[in-house]
Design a protein. Structure first.
Length: 192
């Protein structure tokens, strides 16, 4: 029997994931600004609301996996801070001054940052192709940040660095999950 491509369910799940992921940037922007452009919530309030909503949604799973907490609490705290808490604040603060689209594009640096953090902090080996990819990604991100700049780094460019720091945090979290929490079921690490 020949191998078949992804079925409709897989495609549907991919589309749903893309809608959820992409809408998070738009919804953050809506939470930060009223339709007339006036400030609505602070970046910390938006980040806190996102964390509380996620916590409530995952609470049943967290309760089911509480027995794993005492043994793996250090890795779970690191993964939680770098995978959720800190980036939520960074992305909300960034979107108080930059476009959602730019924030989303800069979030695309996450795989590069994961690779670099893995090499620097976790001893993963990087081949030449990895280094070339990292350099190309950094050039692309720098171009996005400086594209509109006529006179050095305007204020919005400083805010554009916040999603880059968020991507670094995601890189730390991904490596913590891979190296410290690999033995736990993904549902447990997500919920706890």
């Amino acid at each position: 029997m020949p191998a078949q491509g992804p079925d409709r369910k897989a495609w549907g799940l991919l589309v749903l994931l893309a809608l959820i992921w992409g809408s998070s940037f738009i919804l953050m922007k809506r939470g930060l600004h009223n339709p007339d452009g006036a400030p609505a919530l602070s970046p910390l309030q938006v980040a806190s609301a996102r964390m509380v909503i996620a916590w409530l949604a995952l609470l049943p799973l967290a309760i089911a996996h509480l027995k794993l907490l005492p043994r793996h609490w250090k890795g779970l705290v690191l993964a939680g801070l770098f995978g959720n808490g800190i980036p939520a604040i960074l992305f909300a603060a960034a979107q108080s001054r930059i476009d959602s689209a730019l924030s989303g594009m800069l979030n695309g640096l996450t795989p590069l940052m994961t690779l670099v953090i893995g090499a620097l902090l976790f001893g993963q080996r990087m081949r030449g192709i990895h280094i070339a990819g990292v350099l190309l990604g950094l050039v692309g991100a720098s171009t996005l940040i400086l594209l509109r700049s006529d006179d050095g780094l305007p204020t919005w460019s400083v805010y554009a660095m916040l999603p880059v720091l968020g991507a670094v945090c995601y890189g730390v979290s991904g490596n913590v999950l891979k190296h410290m929490l690999y033995m736990l079921p993904p549902r447990a690490t997500s919920a706890l």
